[in-house]
Design a binder for this molecule. Structure first.
Ligand SMILES: CC(C)(COP(=O)(O)OP(=O)(O)OC[C@H]1O[C@@H](n2cnc3c(N)ncnc32)[C@H](O)[C@@H]1OP(=O)(O)O)[C@@H](O)C(=O)NCCC(=O)NCCS
Length: 167
């Protein structure tokens, strides 16, 4: 399930940042070390931004925190936005990613009335590409050698989904 992120979630979610291999897949800024205390201070200083809606992904069965996701860059005039997602290693490959993506799409299209969602990922991110395609996203293009990742330039693949294509 997706729910509002609360301060206590950070104790678990901070592991996503500490895992450099995951962080470089999911974050665009260069990785720098950050303590849990610094992450909590950032959380406390955060001013809710209507263009970015963030969620914690938790298990419906036992409430365990599994990861986080965000509908970001909401453009209320053109009615588009982007999706981002990151699951803890032990939660991957079990259907949670696809499930969360679908719930975010439902939120964006049905609750927020958006028309188009974009999803950008590295060409090397097999799991994200498979999950996006499974959720109905279409491959729309590529930014060649767009990202510097672990010592090499990597293509970024652009996916898109229209409200009329979501079922
Ligand atoms: C990318 C991510 C969100 C996918 O979520 P997930 O829960 O692992 O994926 P799911 O189990 O829901 O799988 C969805 C589909 O993708 C396929 N898939 C998942 N991982 C795969 C992999 N490594 N290779 C090939 N296919 C894969 C599944 O087989 C499934 O298709 P199927 O139903 O036909 O079998 C998750 O792996 C993750 O958080 N990765 C690290 C952070 C990250 O890369 N975030 C994205 C940044 S853009």
């Amino acid at each position: 399930m997706l729910r509002a992120m609360v301060r206590d979630d950070l104790a678990v979610l901070h592991r996503l940042h500490d895992d450099v291999g995951t962080a470089v897949l999911a974050e665009v800024d260069p990785w720098t070390p950050e303590t849990l205390e610094q992450a909590l201070a950032r959380y406390d200083a955060y001013t809710p931004d209507p263009a970015n809606v963030r969620f914690t992904i938790a298990s419906l069965a036992d409430g365990q925190v599994l990861g986080r996701c965000v509908v970001w860059g909401i453009d209320a005039f053109n009615r588009n936005a982007h999706l981002g997602i990151s699951l803890l290693p032990q939660a991957r490959g079990r259907g949670y990613g696809l499930d969360a993506l679908r719930v975010m799409c439902d939120y964006a299209f049905r609750i927020r009335g958006l028309h188009r969602l974009g999803l950008e990922t590295l060409a090397t991110n097999t799991a994200m590409i498979a999950t996006a395609e499974k959720a109905g996203f279409r491959r729309e293009g590529v930014h060649r050698e767009h990202a510097w990742v672990l010592g090499a330039f990597v293509d970024e693949v652009l996916f898109g989904l229209l409200a009329t294509e979501f079922s």
